[in-house]
Design a protein around this ligand. Structure first.
Ligand code: HEM
Ligand code: HEM
Length: 205
């Protein structure tokens, strides 16, 4: 897992970061269009990445992950002893959790117009996503500082491009953006459906 990742995978990583950060920072009525653009991009990229764990070549494939709970425990409890483990279980769990949360957040956001429950799930999943992303960043910083692992280098710097995968990543990100532009933001208005009206129900008539 410390192997150099191709540029296409780094491109995926930073576009996904952009999608998530953009969606999180624009999560407001006034910037809903922007929110949908970034949100669809992150959601689309997450679906692609999860599929690539099953079918992807080389470092994209799920066999690169270490999802052993036992190894995760060892990693965390013996952190400074640098136990010899296959890959980085904490990074693997964080990655899968973030990707699944991105799909749950985007889907619940998409269908949130008429469902208070989905709106709540959307907000909760979005915030949980932020929490795991911050933990992931803290993990990369800690591994770099305390274990001299040079972990961050996996996602920065030059490497083989892997053109077909780079094109696929860009196409999926662009499709997400295009799809988001076809969505009528009006359906998410306060006036529509149940959104934001719960507190005022008594005044409806
Ligand atoms: C990974 C991507 C996304 C993240 C992290 C995210 C996060 C959030 C968060 C945290 C809020 C709560 C804002 C607040 O009320 O304080 C929110 C609101 C909302 N999100 Fe998303 N979201 C994402 C994708 C989407 C998508 C794809 C849609 C598709 C329609 C969407 C639709 C909405 C809507 C309609 C609101 C309510 C906005 C408002 O009325 O203020 N979101 N989002
Ligand atoms: C909002 C911020 C971030 C999100 C949502 C995020 C998300 C992800 C995801 C989904 C993966 C798995 C990628 C894959 O397997 O192809 C990953 C891996 C990785 N990320 Fe991030 N990331 C964020 C910020 C950062 C930052 C600031 C760095 C610092 C350079 C970083 C460094 C890495 C590294 C080194 C890996 C590979 C870990 C491994 O496989 O052992 N990430 N990240």
């Amino acid at each position: 897992m410390t192997d150099e990742k191709p540029m296409a995978q780094k491109l995926f990583h930073w576009l996904f970061v952009l999608g998530f950060a953009g969606a999180y920072l624009s999560a407001d009525d006034d910037t809903l269009r922007l929110h949908l653009i970034f949100g669809f991009m992150a959601g689309g990229l997450a679906v692609l990445r999860l599929l690539l764990f099953i079918t992807g070549p080389g470092s994209w494939h799920g066999r690169e992950l270490n999802l052993s709970v036992k190894d995760l425990k060892t990693y965390l409890l013996r952190y400074f002893h640098k136990p010899a483990l296959r890959g980085n279980p904490a990074a693997s769990f964080a990655a899968v959790t973030m990707l699944v949360l991105a799909v749950v957040t985007a889907l619940s956001g998409y269908f949130s117009a008429d469902s208070h429950t989905l709106e709540e799930i959307h907000e909760a999943a979005g915030n949980l996503f932020l929490f795991v992303a911050l933990a992931h960043i803290a993990g990369v910083v800690a591994d770099t500082l305390f274990r001299g692992s040079g972990a961050y280098k996996q996602m920065v710097g030059k490497s083989t491009v892997q053109w077909p995968m780079a094109v696929l990543v860009v196409l999926v990100a662009a499709s997400g953006v295009l799809w988001s532009l076809s969505v009528d933001t009006g359906i998410y208005d306060d006036e529509h459906g149940e959104r934001e009206h719960y507190e005022y129900e008594d005044y409806d008539d």
